[in-house]
Every structure is written in C-alpha cells, then in structure tokens.
Design a binder for this molecule. Structure first.
Ligand code: ARG
Length: 287
C-alpha cells in the first residue's frame, strides 16, 4: 500500500481528524558523491565500506515518498569532493522565505555553505544572509510554529542563536547537547506540529531538559533504543511522520497520538550519521 493509499484509507477517527498534513517544499541533494572519507561524528568510520548505489536508491525512495504525500521536492546539484552535501538540512535555515546561510564547523564541510547559498541566490531568493557565526542550518535550528529551537554543544556556536533571532525576528530558544552521538539538534529532537515535538531527554543538559519540559510538557520522549537508530531524525508534515523504520517504539507512540508514522530505510546514509531529516531542508514560504 502506498502512503497515499494509507492516508486516504486511514480510519476517520476523532484523533486522526485532528491531524492535517500541509503541503511542504523541500530541498534535497542526491548522494552522487556520497562517501565516508573522514570522521567528524562517532557514526562515521572511513574503514567501513559505503554502497553508493544503495545510498542513491534509498535517497530516491525518500524523495518519492515526499512527492506521493503531495510535497514538492527541489533538487540541488551535488558538488564533487563534498560527500556530506547530501545532508541538505545543514545547508541553511529558511523561514518566511528568508534564508539564513550555514557556516560549517569542520573544514571538510565549509565549502557547502557557499554552495547552498548560491543555489538560493540563483533561485531568486531576495533575502539571503551570510552569517557571522558558525551554524549548521536545520541540523541545529528547528522551527516549531513561530518559535525556533536552537542546538549548540557540538556544532553551532551559541553566538549564532542571537544572530538568528535578530535575522528572523522570532524567539530563538537555545538548547545544549551533551552526547556526541547526538551532535545536531535534529538527531535528538523532531518537530511534529506547530506546538509538539518528540525528543531524547538524555541528549541534553539538565537545564535544557528542564526547558523542554517547560515548553512541551506532553512531548513524546524517545527511548535510548529509538534514539540510537536515529528515530528522532524525522520529518512531519503535520500528519505523516517519516522516520527511520527501526524506531519501533516511536512509531507506536506517534500512531497513538493520531500521526501516521512512515518508516524509511536510509541505512547507507546512517554510516555518515544522517537520516530522513538530515537529507531534507524545508523551504518555508513568505508569509
Ligand atoms: N556527516 C555529517 C556531519 O557529521 C552528517 C550530517 C547530518 N545532518 C544532520 N542534519 N544532522 O556533519
């Protein structure tokens, strides 16, 4: 059954009626030059072989799922020598049609910042900003309604949070990550709707855990098992939640809240420490 069939055949229960998917626009980058040639997070082992064809097939399937669900997928050309460019989420943060560029922490990825920014300029985006401080795009900036959650601890410089707040004119809430396996905010927390998230508490400092409890008292908390299979690297359209298929508890918890979890297989990309959300940059339109 395709996800579209699943959507139309889903029982019209009261809970399901509440969940409305809104069409999204995504930017993705085909993993044609994908490989693990260096290690900048604990998932990356250059000694482990990567199947490039399989990576491309898994990535293609994700894009097809988005299209079947009614979303638009834009594609940026990958650049040779930038194996992590497939992780489009890191390329920028786009809110209200305004583009806050990314500036990478590691030398291996620095050229991706300008590559992504040029794409936005070529597409005619008028408000494109080159940042002063290090930030890794939607890896560390996640938009929840009209608020922005901002990770720091491993990649994004905390000074970037004030810079982003000034640029977007939206409240930016800083959260500190502590576990190197969850080095980007989008590996430890996923946005489900305008006021709901799911997250793995142990990935954050005690203070940040308290902030999350304050903001989202009813949030879904992920188990260590689900976090370890990258289950929080998920993308929600308000109804469908695409996430790594192995995150079995999360799928159950999502379904219980009226979401439709859709498992995706992105095992080759996980070898670089990325999955569904990492491959997806949301292009939020002007409003
Ligand atoms: N190998 C990449 C890195 O460590 C993976 C990036 C994953 N992207 C993400 N949005 N979490 O930078």
């Amino acid at each position: 059954m395709s996800p579209t069939d699943a959507a139309t055949q889903a029982k019209p229960t009261a809970t399901h009626d509440r969940r409305v998917a809104t069409p999204r626009r995504f930017l993705m980058c085909p993993p044609r030059h994908f490989d693990v040639t260096y290690s900048i997070n604990p998932w990356m082992d250059p000694a482990k072989p990567v199947d490039g064809e399989l990576a491309l097939a898994q990535w293609t399937e994700l894009g097809n799922l988005y299209r079947e669900l009614g979303h638009t997928v834009e594609v940026i050309e990958p650049v040779p020598g930038l194996p992590d460019m497939v992780f489009a989420a890191n390329g920028a943060t786009v809110v209200d049609g305004r583009v806050f560029g990314a500036r990478f922490r590691h030398a291996e990825r620095t050229a991706e910042g300008p590559a992504y920014l040029s794409w936005f300029v070529a597409q005619g985006y008028a408000d494109v900003y080159w940042p002063e401080h290090i930030n890794e795009g939607e890896g560390d900036y996640l938009v929840v309604g009209r608020k922005v959650l901002a990770g720091t601890g491993f990649r994004t410089d905390p000074r970037s949070h004030a810079e982003a707040q000034e640029f977007f004119g939206l409240p930016v809430i800083g959260l500190t990550l502590v576990n190197p396996e969850f080095y980007h905010l989008d590996t430890a927390l996923a946005v489900l709707s305008d006021d709901e998230v799911m997250y793995y508490p142990e990935a954050f400092t005690p203070g940040s855990q308290a902030v999350l409890r304050e903001l989202f008292p009813d949030a879904i908390r992920a188990t260590a098992e689900d976090a370890a299979v990258f289950g929080l690297n998920a993308l929600s359209d308000g109804r469908h939640v695409l996430l790594p298929a192995a995150a079995v508890n999360l799928k159950r918890q999502l379904a219980a809240r009226g979401f439709e979890p859709i498992g995706a297989e992105l095992g080759e990309l996980l070898k670089a420490g990325g999955s569904v959300k990492c491959c997806t940059l949301e292009l939020r339109p002007e409003r």
